[in-house]
Write a protein that binds this ligand. Structure first.
Ligand code: G3P
Ligand code: MG
Length: 248
């Protein structure tokens, strides 16, 4: 990860999802305007193999459509309104292609691409995302993350220089990932849930020269606590208030 970034790195979770519809271009541009060092997004494949950005396995919650993301072609999914559910002023906002996010963010800020093919494995999401990064020549601004180690293994084979963060689910479900999975795997960072983050865990990761990026920190108390523990970065739903809490 480039040393030029401030510590802790402030990443907008699904963009600035407090003030704009999550995982859309308005959310990403607003995140940067509101002081984020970068954005986190959820990448998935359409039925015809295009990389788009949406969190859930269905379009039901965040668009005016219904059905599994994987059942839509790009043309069909682009007809959906991904903005009105948040606020009528975002009517007509589309589910973005990953390439469009690259274009709108520019080359300076970080982009954490979460590989979220959790409902469609095995597929070629990771290979396709790597191909787009190669074509765009922007590997130096990317961090990969996933709850599935398989995705991160594929990414390390294709683009070994791009840092990889292993996501760990909260509680017992993520116990293996937070311990053996992370320590014996080929990862530059652990991405634990805030409820499973401690000062000792951050120190352990630093002893082996790895990083901890925590999801999701929103209140000033959480942000101050993580900063005081020496966290390397965190994901936040509201970059403007997180930046304020950090005195930026
Ligand atoms: O990367 C942190 C966070 O995005 C992981 O959970 O469900 O919001 O993608 P989720
Ligand atoms: Mg995510």
């Amino acid at each position: 990860m480039p040393d030029s970034f401030p510590r802790p790195i402030l990443l907008a979770h699904r963009g600035d999802n407090t003030h704009a519809p999550e995982n859309t271009l308005p959310a990403f541009t607003q995140a940067i305007q509101n002081g984020a060092d970068g954005v986190e997004l959820d990448a998935k494949l359409t039925a015809d193999g295009r990389v788009i950005v949406i969190h859930d396995g269905t379009v039901n919650r965040t668009t005016d459509g219904k059905g599994d993301v994987a059942s839509f072609t790009l043309e069909a999914i682009r007809k959906l309104d991904a903005g009105s559910w948040k606020d009528p002023k975002f009517a007509g906002t589309k589910i973005p292609l990953l390439e469009e996010v690259f274009e709108s963010i520019g080359r300076e800020k970080l982009i954490n691409i979460e590989l979220t093919n959790y409902y469609t494995l095995p597929d070629t999401l990771t290979e396709k995302v790597c191909e787009l990064i190669r074509r765009h020549n922007n590997a130096r601004q990317i961090i990969f993350s996933s709850f599935k180690s398989r995705n991160l293994k594929i990414a390390s084979r294709i683009l070994p220089g791009v840092p990889r963060g292993l996501l760990a689910a909260p509680g017992l479900l993520g116990l293996w990932a937070r311990s053996f999975g992370f320590m014996f795997g080929d990862y530059q960072a652990l991405h634990p849930h805030i409820s499973n983050t401690s000062r000792e865990q951050i120190q352990r990761a630093h002893r082996v020269r790895r990083r901890i990026h925590v999801w999701t920190a929103n209140s000033p108390e959480e942000i101050h606590r993580l900063r005081d523990w020496g966290v390397d970065g965190f994901f936040t739903d509201d970059p403007a208030s997180a930046a304020k809490a950090l005195g930026r």
